[in-house]
Design a protein around this ligand. Structure first.
Ligand SMILES: Nc1nc2c(ncn2[C@@H]2O[C@H](COP(=O)(O)OP(=O)(O)OP(=O)(O)O)[C@@H](O)[C@H]2O)c(=O)[nH]1
Ligand SMILES: [Mg+2]
Length: 525
């Protein structure tokens, strides 16, 4: 049995960038004639391309691991490394690309549509490219970065104009075989069709596609029979054609109740956002098997009822081919009308101009995490993480270059603000990342307190009192003194002090009513 695959998880690994080269040009009389190490080549991207020639995801089902090649390393004498070719994976039209969380990345409905699903790594700069007026002979080069590695999901949704729906053995596959060149399996047992079949029909000027999906039964929305799973393939159709079996031997079934059951199941199918629900699309009815005399009678009998419900009804036989022509032309008409409507809505829509947004990878955040040996400061950001990947940690010059780059980005300031001190643990990147003991390069106090330029926070909170404050303070002190003296005098009068008149020489400024013998009288301090 041919396998039908409409769902694949691809495991991708894009190529890594090549390392830059450290090299010094040597000539006979110029042993150190300047740096000439070339750049590493970029790793290959992995690109999905919508290709009308491809009809199945089977190849990806059988070999889901795909990887593009790495970039070559740079070489001496300014030779750049090999830049890897991108890898193109052709997928059928109608493939929906999702990430592992199920977020839609792209809908490949246009032939030739391309999407980079796994970007390759960047090649590292060689020492020739790193040379500048200040650093004339760099003794280091940058390493290549890693290519993207991960999983994506591909989901195939057939693109057809008309979808045939109905009970098993109603004659859907027979109809597609009768009106198109498709040759699906036909047999008199239910669920002959296990996957959708596509047929192309020519009706005069109009050419349209018809999809036959596995039969539906009552409870399909709860997973009975083959369930509603395959309705995914009719999501994009313009019109539905109900095939009703008028020659069924089952005494409990008749075309009208069959139709109601199918309508109920279709109503339960959730279409993706932004698309018309299945039952809002044009629907036609074909009463099949009228080559059988009883079936023709039954068809004539129910026709009126169906027409009264507003359907266009066709009596057909896929065996004798009766009524097929009229049905073909009617379907062509509906499809054509649908195309005109779609074109009109497209024309009415503002034209979408896609301007690639500048990728803002300049930002970074410092996160403070508690650890058993004090706080850990984690730096998350595209640039710092990439720079760390590009650094050869066995080369001190390269490490110094990294430190300069990080400081220039403002990471030191942010670390100060977050409360880091010399010796704090700093990690760049998620997970274990790269761990440093931080040695700040900033030294002056003014920088330490990170005040804006032209200000010094040390001067801000001045402790000098105003003269008013001083005066009040002075009077307050005097009042307190007077109160204390008055208290003492009262206590003495109350006889708490036996003698001590001689020792008490102070002035009375309190209530002053008690004459006290002393050396000075009425004087002030
Ligand atoms: N007499 C008669 N038999 C028909 C007609 N159309 C289909 N059949 C028979 O009905 C049976 C089922 O036909 P299929 O085309 O396989 O039905 P289907 O709707 O595709 O069924 P599933 O794939 O199981 O959902 C076959 O034995 C056909 O020969 C018709 O117009 N007249
Ligand atoms: Mg079938």
């Amino acid at each position: 049995m041919a396998t039908f695959v409409d769902h694949v998880t691809l495991h991708l690994r894009a190529g890594n960038g090549g390392n830059g080269c450290v090299s010094v040009k040597r000539e006979k009389f110029k042993p150190l004639a300047g740096p000439d190490g070339g750049n590493g080549g970029n790793g290959g991207d992995i690109v999905l391309v919508a290709d009308p020639q491809v009809t199945t995801l089977l190849g990806y089902h059988r070999s889901p691991h795909r990887s593009s090649s790495n970039g070559g390393p740079g070489m001496g004498d300014h030779r750049a490394g090999y830049a890897s070719d991108l890898m193109e994976l052709s997928v059928p039209l109608g493939t929906v690309v999702k990430d592992t969380e199920g977020n839609e990345l792209a809908d490949m409905t246009e032939p030739g549509f391309r999407i980079v699903v796994a970007p390759g790594g960047q090649g590292g700069l060689g020492n020739a490219a790193l040379a500048s007026t200040k650093r004339k002979a760099p003794g280091f080069a940058l390493l290549g970065t890693y290519g993207w590695e991960g999983d994506i999901q591909l989901e195939l949704k057939t693109v057809a104009d008309v979808a045939l729906v109905g009970y098993p053995s109603a004659g859907k596959s027979s109809l597609i075989a009768a009106i198109s060149a498709a040759r699906p399996k036909i047999a008199d047992y239910p669920f002959t069709t296990l996957h959708p079949n596509l047929g192309v029909v020519d009706a005069g000027e109009v050419r349209y596609t018809v999809a036959d999906v596995p039969g539906l039964i009552e409870g399909a929305s709860e997973g009975k029979g083959l369930g509603l799973e395959f309705l995914r393939h009719v999501e994009r159709c313009t019109a539905l054609l109900h095939i009703l079996d008028c020659a069924t031997l089952d005494p409990d079934r008749d075309p009208l109740s069959d139709l109601d059951v199918i309508l109920g199941e279709l109503a339960a199918y959730p279409v993706p956002e932004g698309q018309k629900p299945l039952l809002d699309r044009p629907q036609l009815i074909a009463l099949n098997k009228i080559d059988v005399p009883e079936a023709r009678e039954l068809a004539d009998f129910v026709r009126g009822d169906l027409e009264a419900r507003g359907y266009r009804v066709f009596e057909i036989s896929t065996v004798s081919h009766e009524g097929l022509r009229a049905l073909n032309y009617a379907l062509a008409e509906v499809v054509e009308a649908g195309r005109v409507e779609a074109a009109a809505t497209q024309a009415g829509k503002p034209r979408i101009v896609i301007r690639p947004k500048a990728v803002d990878d300049s930002g970074f955040v410092v996160k403070v995490e508690g650890g058993s040996f004090g706080n850990i400061y984690r730096i998350i950001g595209t640039k710092p993480e990439r720079w760390v990947q590009q650094t050869d940690f066995t080369n001190d010059e390269a490490v110094g270059f990294l430190a300069d780059r990080l400081a220039k980005l403002g990471i030191e300031n942010e670390l100060f603000k977050a409360g880091a001190i010399a010796g704090s643990t700093v990690i760049i990147g998620p997970g274990n990342g790269v761990v440093f003991d931080w040695e700040p390069t900033l030294t002056s106090t003014a920088e330490l307190i990170t005040a804006p330029r032209g200000t010094d926070t040390r001067l801000d909170d001045s402790k000098r009192r105003t003269s008013n404050e001083r005066r009040e303070e002075y009077f307050g002190r005097m009042d307190a003194k007077a109160a204390a003296r008055a208290e003492l005098i009262r206590e003495r009068e109350a006889g708490m002090w036996s003698t001590g008149e001689e020792e008490f020489n102070g002035d009375v400024t309190g209530d002053g009513s008690v004459p006290v013998k002393g050396k000075k009288e009425g004087g002030s301090e």
